[in-house]
Structure formats: structure tokens, C-alpha cells
Design a protein around this ligand. Structure first.
Ligand code: GLU
Length: 307
């Protein structure tokens, strides 16, 4: 049996196992996202050797939401060096992704770039340094995904703009502390559009395969990020990427990963593969129930994790 066939069989058995007893609720705080079919499930693996294996709705696009924060960080790292660390930390927050509490007593410096506050500061950096941040960012994502048809979903971005009271509070608080330099509306516009990007598991796995491949595109070998920066991005995913469930995720899955409230999770086994999974039903921490379990089964059944 080839490696690809074995992986295909593994994914097929995981698909059956995690979809037999659906639990969890679809995120409804962004009205435009509440109407997604809760029973979708897709999973896709892209290896650093360029093999692609997927199951279920792996080719259907969904809202990547917070998964975008990894890509925003990667894009910002092409523009700025260690000075970013003065404005956003790299410690887990232990608080929900949209919490304001820590920001107040830590004087507007977000704990890490994987929570909303941190990603908003990263957007502020991009707004300051790029001529056309939205189209620049979209081109960057398209390049990593190897797909020119990836788009923002403007209705999701608008829906969030209209009800994003907490994010507006977060950015105002940080502006008050001097950690936002640009215009608040411009920065939020980039943030909401970045979150609204629609991608499939196949496209996400391809995108994240660059983080599994020491910063080079799997398809062409072109270097996008240095191995050192890639290592750091993977480290931030590992410690901060799964909301305040990063410990549980390390314990059960053992891969650097980032989740989003759209029900997606992208994970990386450095030197081996990237995997993306999508199932919209979320647990109380905001992570996909079936997605989490699917990744646990994948690392259990393949016997591979970073630990
Ligand atoms: N756009 C969402 C927000 O700002 C992203 C949340 C997420 O996926 O964690 O609330």
C-alpha cells in the first residue's frame, strides 16, 4: 500500500468516526455566518512532498476567520523585525479571543497575535507599511495557496463590521494606549476582510504547507519566509493558536494549529505535512468539535506529532 493510499484510508475512517454523533453549535455572533450547514465536514492533507489527500467537503470554501491571523502575522514578518514584539507579545492569554480584560492592565499590549487584539495590531502595522493593504494581503494568501480565485467575502466582512462592538472596543482601548497608529476604521476594514476570506480545506492545507516546509512553497520551492521566522510562527500557533484550549489541544493532538469560528482548523507537522479540517459545530471555547477530534485521531493513528 502506498503512503498516499494509507493516508486516504486513514482520513476516510476518521471522517466516519467524527461525523457519526454531531455535537456543538455554529457560531452565530456574526449573523452572515449563522446560516452555514452545521453538518459539513472536510479534511485535507498536503505533504511537503506535494501529495494531496482529502475527504468529505474538502473542496468547499468556508470563512477562515481567525485562521487568517497566522497569515497576517506571516505577511507582517516580511515587513518588520523584532520591533513587532514591542507591540504584541508571544505568551498565551488564557482568556477568550475577544477579551478586553488583560488589555486594560497590560496597557494596550496584546498577549499574542492569535487573539483579536494582537491581530488588530498586526493589521495596523500592515496599514501603515503597505500602499494597498487589502489587495496586497489577498495576493499574499493567493500565492501561498497557489490559487488566484480566492476572495474576500464582503457580506461576511460587512456583517461583522456592523456588529463588531467588542473589536471596536478593543481597538479604541489600544488606540488610547498609543498602540494603534492608523485610522481605526481602516485597520478594522483590513481585519474584517482578512477574517472573511473564503477557502477550502484543500486550499488551506496548501497554504499551511509552507509552514511545514520551513517557509518555502511546496510546489515550486520558492522561499517565502526564512526557516527562523517559520519556526517562530509555528511556535506561536502551538502556544496560542487554539483560543484558551491550546493546552488541551497540545495534549490531545500535539501539532501547531490555528482555529477559526467558521469551524476551520489548520495544523502543521513541520517537515512532514499540513492539514486543514472544517466542521462548523463549535465547542464552548470556539473550536470545531469534529475538527479537534479528527486531528486527534490523525496524530494517534499515524503515530506522528511534534511530541
Ligand atoms: N472575525 C472574528 C472576530 O473578530 C474572528 C474570531 C475567530 O475566528 O476567532 O470575532
Amino acid at each position: 500500500m502506498t503512503e498516499t493510499t494509507a493516508l486516504q484510508d486513514t482520513l476516510a475512517s476518521i471522517h466516519v468516526a467524527v461525523t457519526s454523533d454531531p455535537t456543538g453549535e455554529v457560531a452565530s455572533y456574526i449573523p452572515e455566518m449563522a446560516c452555514v450547514n452545521p453538518d459539513k465536514f472536510g479534511m485535507h492533507v498536503t505533504t511537503v512532498g506535494g501529495n494531496d489527500v482529502g475527504v468529505g467537503n474538502n473542496n468547499e470554501r468556508f470563512s477562515i476567520q481567525s485562521i487568517t491571523k497566522v497569515l497576517l502575522l506571516a505577511r507582517a514578518k516580511l515587513e518588520v523585525g523584532s520591533e513587532l514584539k514591542e507591540r504584541v507579545g508571544v505568551e498565551p492569554s488564557g482568556d477568550p479571543f475577544n477579551s478586553l480584560v488583560q488589555l486594560e492592565y497590560e496597557r494596550g499590549i496584546p498577549r499574542n497575535p492569535m487573539i483579536n487584539a494582537g491581530a488588530i495590531v498586526v493589521c495596523d502595522v500592515l496599514v501603515e507599511l503597505l500602499d494597498d493593504p487589502k489587495s496586497d494581503y489577498l495576493s499574499f494568501v493567493r500565492k501561498l495557496a497557489g490559487c488566484e480565485t480566492i476572495e474576500f467575502d464582503s457580506s461576511v466582512a460587512l456583517s461583522e463590521l456592523l456588529c463588531g462592538y467588542r473589536n471596536r472596543a478593543i481597538i479604541n482601548l489600544m488606540k488610547g494606549f498609543g498602540n494603534i497608529r492608523g485610522d481605526i476604521d481602516e485597520v478594522l476594514d483590513l481585519y474584517y476582510h482578512a477574517c472573511s476570506i473564503a477557502m477550502s480545506c484543500r486550499e488551506l492545507a496548501r497554504t499551511f504547507s509552507t509552514f511545514a516546509n520551513a517557509g518555502s512553497l511546496v510546489e515550486t520551492g520558492e522561499r517565502i519566509l526564512s526557516p527562523r521566522r517559520t519556526k517562530r510562527i509555528n511556535a506561536v500557533m502551538q502556544t496560542c493558536g487554539m483560543y484558551d484550549e491550546a493546552g488541551e489541544f497540545a495534549f490531545r493532538v500535539g501539532l501547531p494549529a490555528k482555529s477559526g469560528v467558521g469551524g476551520g482548523i489548520a495544523a502543521v507537522d513541520p517537515g512532514h505535512y499540513a492539514v486543514a479540517v472544517w466542521s462548523p459545530r463549535l465547542n464552548s471555547k470556539g473550536n470545531s468539535v469534529a475538527g479537534f477530534r479528527a486531528l486527534e485521531l490523525l496524530t494517534d493513528q499515524t503515530g506522528r506529532s511534534i511530541f
